[in-house]
Design a protein around this ligand. Structure first.
Ligand code: CTP
Length: 221
């Protein structure tokens, strides 16, 4: 990997899940471990980049001193902090599993069980990746992930152009060892030239290396 190019670069990586509060003791979350985002941050830092790792709740730990870890809990916190760092970031990779919806109202007191059926109204969260895409300037590289169950390639391509990305990492659900809570992942890259690269099942660290290599190729163009 020709990493000289990353030595002068600043990177922002989002990772992990978000927790959307319902009341003081409950939240809506997901099973994301943060492993994919943490691995990308490590590989970028190992190649000399200065990295801000913006993460939701995760048990993963940061090893490289060139990574500044910023912890957040909710999608709104991740959006606000992300906006602080995005404009000065040369490379941004959104690997976080941000909740798509959050409770419309957050109860300030613990909700008591009363009725047989309890309904929570949910409101769409801000799509952080999409907001970054809107304000992206020439020379900034933006990478997103997609998880699709049908029309995988077509949906991923649509997301790539709608969110103004340089390339998108499509997670395959066709392998039982890929994705959430696993140490391995199986991905396909699609870039703006419609170049499609399919990879075998490999460790998230190896997937992170492939992602960083693709970033370096784009940055060298
Ligand atoms: N993402 C984000 N903020 C959100 C939701 C998603 O930044 N509120 C980013 C993720 O980090 C990831 C990509 O968007 O890079 C994932 O999008 P995905 O969940 O696959 O699809 P959506 O765009 O949310 O659309 P849909 O759920 O309809 O497939």
């Amino acid at each position: 990997m020709d990493s000289a190019l990353l030595k002068t670069k600043t990177a922002l990586v989002t990772a992990g899940p978000t927790y959307e509060p319902i009341d003081p003791v409950r939240f809506i979350g997901n099973y994301s471990s943060g492993k994919m985002g943490f691995s990308i941050a490590e590989v970028l830092a190992e190649n000399g980049a200065n990295v801000v790792l913006l993460t939701g709740p995760s048990n993963e730990t940061v090893k490289n001193p060139n990574i500044q870890r910023v912890d957040v809990t909710t999608s709104e916190d991740m959006y606000k902090k992300g906006m602080e760092y995005f404009s000065t970031s040369d490379i941004t990779v959104c690997a976080a599993a941000v909740a798509d919806y959050k409770p419309t109202q957050v109860s300030s007191e613990k909700i008591k069980k009363e009725d047989e059926v309890f309904t929570i109204e949910l409101t769409k969260t801000i799509d952080i990746l999409n907001e970054f895409g809107k304000i992206k300037k020439k020379g900034q590289i933006l990478v997103g992930f997609a998880l699709e169950t049908n029309n995988e390639l077509e949906n991923a391509k649509a997301k790539l152009s709608k969110k103004n990305l340089d390339f998108i990492v499509l997670n395959s659900l066709n392998d039982e060892n890929a994705g959430f809570q696993h140490d391995t992942n199986k991905v396909t890259f699609i870039d703006i030239n419609n170049d499609i690269q399919r990879f075998e099942l490999k460790s998230k660290k190896e997937v992170a290396k492939d992602i960083v290599e693709k970033i370096i190729t784009i940055a060298s163009d």
